[in-house]
Ligand binder design. Structure first.
Ligand SMILES: [Zn+2]
Length: 147
């Protein structure tokens, strides 16, 4: 490693920079869906005024949810605006990797994971004005808020 990088890493800013990089590369495992393990590994780019998740639609499909739904959740919970553009989610302003990981965890907890059995093989169904999380594992039907 270059000496300048080593010096940089010793500063607080540098420490956070590398910590952010390391955290970004840690896939988050949520549990198993059938035989497959649910792993979400967002690829995040930070620009000066925006945050880009380059594999956003892939994350949504891993969670078996519509990208628009996950995007609305992130905008609402972070209080930030943004747009879905092809595979990518563009967020205005900065969201750190750690914040994004927390948002994804909250999303899974509220909109993917069955509160009864903890199963991840679920879907969201609409009935009249209401939304339910329907579990394919235990059959439970739990109300979820509309976003
Ligand atoms: Zn269940």
């Amino acid at each position: 490693m270059d000496k300048n990088w080593v010096e940089f890493a010793k500063t607080r800013e540098g420490y956070e920079f590398f910590l952010d990089k390391v955290m970004a590369n840690l896939p988050r495992t949520f549990g198993k869906i059938g035989d497959r393990v649910l792993v979400v590994n967002p690829i995040i780019l930070h620009e000066s005024r925006r945050t880009i998740i380059t594999n956003f639609t892939h994350i949504a499909s891993t969670l078996n949810r519509e990208p628009e739904h996950l995007a609305r959740f992130i905008f609402k919970e972070s209080g930030k605006a943004g747009t879905l553009e092809s595979e990518r989610l563009l967020i205005q302003g900065k969201i750190t990797n750690e914040e994004l990981r927390k948002l994804l965890e909250l999303y899974v907890k509220e909109f993917v994971k069955c509160p009864v059995c903890g199963g991840l093989d679920t879907k969201i169904v609409a009935e009249k004005r209401f939304r339910f999380l329907l579990c394919e594992v235990c059959g439970a039907k739990s109300p979820v808020r509309k976003i």
